[in-house]
Design a binder for this molecule. Structure first.
Ligand code: GAP
Length: 425
């Protein structure tokens, strides 16, 4: 589990705001909801998560480390029917922990009986217990995906809004998973945030293909529009055996991270899996009743934040710059009085700072020399720095320095808001 500090929370908020704008505010066919984290356990039974939402666990005899079976690429030796992993007599696998070869150790009784290796099935849902009387508590689950909230609210949305198929339900919120191998910073954690659109369409192959391709493009374009390097992005199709239990077909958007190509958003064709399991249907204007299909785009807020950060990080000879898109940068601008001990400079700078804060996040810094203050802002991605100097006192102009080019413009204070709004677009 990770906590985000004052800058991290702003970065995540900006990602979520941009996502919401693009997927809800600028569209006429998508509405938003905010469903509960704690849901009736029947939802998870119907959705198939209680039976199917599992990883397989294997143990290394040498280091006693436990890993997901798919981390070793040995799924082809796994027999679905007997649930047994029959490895060839000789195999050569590096242990994910590093420094030695992997040797299968025993974590289940069946291994001991000599049947082969029986990977332990491990459900990812995290249970919680509700009720004030300890001996009469009800077991529930923290939601393993935010998605089910969109399905259990499907009828409420249809009956209370003017949506007509095709339409979408959008949501951003926390999800929880009992991951066996959390790691790579925030990349795989137990508590994380998702941003999803469940898009309901007519149950026809041509519609499914069309909307699947549409959402793939839509979502890839969104990351590129916010500055992610095109060459570090790609789609990857899921093979049949890696698809989630609900998916007819699926493709991931992956980023070329320092730890390898890594998925951070999935476009899933969920067919009628969910609505039919929940017993829901739709009646169109002609009175035809059917179970819509669902095309889902499911992105991770934390993984996006991590990859936007990695993508923006640049080192130059004298400085580190976070070249975040201005829309994502935690602070849009910083204001400095040239000298902290000159009251007239400080009060002028303070009034600019207070004025700009009405429209955007503004940082204030009056410590040390100006060069150091610039570098500190470059490092946290602030696109512009404004300095109030002695000329300001004479002609009401300030210098505005650009993070990426380090060039400075002299701008009249009265025109600052307009100048910045234009540049930040
Ligand atoms: N509703 C579909 C669904 O949940 P998923 O591929 O399991 O699909 C979607 O998850 C996204 O949620 C992932 O692409 C990723 O960005 C994020 N995510 C999933 N598990 C995560 C974890 N353990 N830590 C951080 N983010 C995670």
């Amino acid at each position: 589990m990770w906590d985000y500090g004052p800058l991290g929370v702003l970065l995540k908020k900006n990602i979520k705001d941009e996502w919401w704008k693009s997927n809800v505010e600028l569209r006429t066919d998508v509405v938003g909801i905010d469903a509960a984290i704690m849901m009736n356990p029947i939802v998870w039974e119907k959705s198939g998560h209680l039976a199917e939402f599992s990883d397989f666990l294997v143990q290394c005899k040498v280091c006693k480390g436990r890993f997901r079976m798919d981390a070793l690429n040995v799924e082809k030796y796994y027999d679905e029917k007997t649930k047994i992993l029959k490895m060839p007599e000789k195999y050569d696998i590096d242990c994910p922990k590093g420094g030695h070869k992997f040797e299968f150790g025993s974590i289940s009784e069946d291994d001991v009986k000599g049947l082969g290796i029986k990977p332990m099935k491990f459900n990812l849902l995290i249970p919680a217990f509700l009720g004030v009387l300890e001996d009469r508590q009800t077991k529930i689950y923290l939601r393993g995906e935010i998605t089910q909230g969109a399905f259990v609210n499907f009828e409420n949305v249809v009956s209370s809004t003017r949506v007509k198929i095709p339409f979408g339900i959008a949501q951003i919120g926390k999800a929880f998973r009992n991951e066996i191998t959390p790691g790579n910073f925030t990349y795989r954690s137990l508590e994380f945030e998702q941003m999803e659109v469940e898009y309901f369409i007519k149950p026809e192959d041509s519609e499914g293909d069309k909307w699947f391709e549409y959402w793939k493009k839509q979502r890839m374009d969104w990351y590129i529009s916010l500055g992610m390097d095109k060459d570090k992005l790609r789609f990857r199709k899921h093979a049949k055996d890696e698809r989630a239990h609900y998916a007819k077909f699926a493709e991931d958007i992956e980023y070329k991270a320092p730890f390898g190509w890594s998925e951070f958003e999935g476009i899933h064709h969920r067919g009628d899996w969910d609505l039919s399991r929940h017993g829901l249907s739709y009646v169109d204007e002609e009175g035809n009743k059917f179970t819509p299909w669902v095309i889902e785009s499911s992105g991770g807020v934390d993984r996006s934040a991590l990859f936007f950060l990695l993508d923006a990080y640049h080192e130059e000879e004298k400085r580190v710059i976070l070249k975040l898109h201005p829309k994502l940068a935690p602070y849009k601008v910083a204001v400095f009085p040239l000298l902290a001990n000159k009251e007239n400079l400080v009060s002028k700078a303070r009034s600019i700072y207070q004025d700009l804060r009405k429209n955007m996040m503004v940082a204030w810094d009056d410590r040390g020399n100006i060069g150091k203050r610039y570098f500190a802002q470059d490092e946290i991605g602030t696109p512009f720095c404004i300095t109030v100097d002695f000329q300001t006192l004479e002609d009401d102009t300030v210098t505005v320095r650009d993070r990426d080019t380090a060039k400075q413009d002299r701008i009249a204070i009265g025109k600052l808001n307009e100048y910045l709004q234009d540049k930040l677009k």
